[in-house]
Design a protein. Sequence first.
Length: 304
Amino acid sequence: MKTLLNPARIDFVTLKLFCAVAKSGSITKGANECSLALSAASRRISELEETVGLSLLNRSAKGVTLTHAGHAVMQHALRLFQGFEQFSNELGEYSKGYTGHVRLWANMSALTEFLPAALAQFLKDHVEIQVEVEEQISGDIVKALLDGIADIGVFAEGAPTTGLDTQVIGNDKLVIACSKSHPLSKRKRASFEECLEYDFVGLNRGSSLLELTSRSAEKLGKQMRLRIQVRSYDAMCQMIAVNLGVGVLPLQACIAQIKAMDLQIVALDDSWAKRNLLLAIKSDSTLSPSAKLLREHLINQCAT
């Protein structure tokens, strides 16, 4: 395979300059921000374009704008800076006496139901290890694992798991939540098909819960009437409380919000209303000793 780009010809100073130019819309302003002479900055930008073999900036009397290729370069540059910052932070942990750093991404259900006690015990037993926890929706967790941004992920089944090694470590029960004034509030149980007669409040695209409910509606030959979509369970409960629709929620993860907002719970008769929580790593990844310890601890916690 022919190599189109030699990474050795691109340095961080040039990439930082390119991002500064792109954000300011001016090579002069970008040069000033990076403490470079205008001639040196112009030369660096030209050499970058020559290296990639593409025009990255549209130049005019009003300044510069990014070409399509320029947008791609900027996105990758920002990812490199993020990775380098992560690299620097992790080395900083070692200098503080930590001997390991693990990046754990988890969805709200896992963070509420399973992980707090498990992590507390792990960190008590391994004070030398730093665990960086980030809450994300299931689809983003899968992508982070595949991209190598996260070491370990915990999310609900329903998200695509191609390229991942997964293990069931828990489960949660899905219910319908509605306001006390909603017609469904008089029911103790209902099928999902019956609930599809009403408007829904749902999570944003990428959520395994949205994927699960949307797919279930399609199997019934119907569609969910999503009146509004939000990013968190807390926001869902707030929208449900003012009667903007009903919502499918994991009971244990949301019990505090459900009680605080005086919502009505309706049990779902459907078999998929009990779903598994998955512990995942990238299939071909080589976990650090610290990440292996955490993974084994979480699996053991599930077993007990």
